[in-house]
Design a protein around this ligand. Structure first.
Ligand SMILES: *Cc1c(COP(=O)(O)O)cnc(C)c1O
Length: 249
């Protein structure tokens, strides 16, 4: 029997895929954009529905919720046999406290929200100790809003941001695959566009400076702004509401 999330995706996903394709077309891109289904605030049924719909990545913003949901998923999947050990790929997308670094490493396939050098050092130390390499993205704050975490990446601070990203990329145990950012919550399209464009330019600066990034991922775009993000070069969008509906508060 279908769960309510499978029903939601059956109704909503085709339209979202069409909007993604149109944004790619508008910007003259011939590549694809990755999709992270943000399942925070929903049960493990949302994960099941995403995987059944062919979505290979899910996003959670809290370690606690990631732990319980992944535990449920793997508990239910054992025996039935999921399609390979790494489906879905679990992305941590929310602010991570340093004292949860070890748990986050154990639970995440990709940590998208590395928002400070101090956190990066802690993750590096824990990964190295465990003989692991953790895939991460560096979260950058392009708009300069105090409410947003991430490396200060305002235009005037870009050179310093490149240095600090290089510092993180050189740490053992971390594989920095690109950048992640969030735009301000505003109706002003120009502000959103400038934020995403700033993240893309920063990634280009990092690549030009040869700071040791191991990928060119640009995780940007949520339900309210993913088309603008794609037009500005996003390679990975993180969608919750537009796929699953409103979350319970
Ligand atoms: C919740 C969340 C999303 C998804 O938000 P929607 O607006 O529901 O698509 C994306 N990225 C991050 C970092 C989030 O916390």
């Amino acid at each position: 029997m279908r769960n309510m999330y499978e029903e939601a995706l059956r109704r909503r996903l085709p339209g979202v895929e069409e909007r993604i394709a149109e944004a790619l077309r508008r910007s003259g891109r011939s590549d694809a954009v990755g999709l992270v289904a943000v399942t925070k605030g929903h049960g493990v049924e949302a994960v099941r529905a995403a995987v059944a719909a062919g979505i290979r990545r899910v996003g959670e913003n809290r370690v606690q919720e990631l732990e319980s949901k992944r535990g449920e998923w793997e508990g239910a999947a054992s025996g039935a046999g999921p399609a390979g050990g790494s489906v879905p790929e679990w992305h941590l997308i929310g602010h991570l406290q340093r004292n949860k670094a070890r748990r986050a490493i154990a639970l995440s396939d990709v940590i998208e929200s590395v928002d400070s050098v101090r956190l990066a050092r802690e993750l590096s130390k824990e990964a190295d100790r465990g003989g692991m390499v953790v895939r991460v993205l560096i979260q950058v704050n392009v708009s300069g809003e105090a409410s947003k975490s991430g490396f200060d990446a305002r235009e005037a601070h870009a050179a310093e941001a490149v240095d600090r990203i290089g510092e993180v990329a050189s740490l053992p145990g971390l594989r920095v695959e690109g950048l992640m950012t969030m735009a301000p919550f505003t109706d002003e399209e120009a502000v959103v566009r400038a934020t995403f464009g700033g993240a893309r330019r920063l990634l280009e600066r990092c690549a030009a400076a040869g700071v040791g990034l191991r990928g060119r991922e640009l995780s940007m775009g949520m339900s309210s702004d993913f088309e603008i993000a794609i037009e500005e070069g996003s390679t990975m969008i993180r969608l919750g509401t537009v796929l699953f509906g409103e979350r319970q508060p």
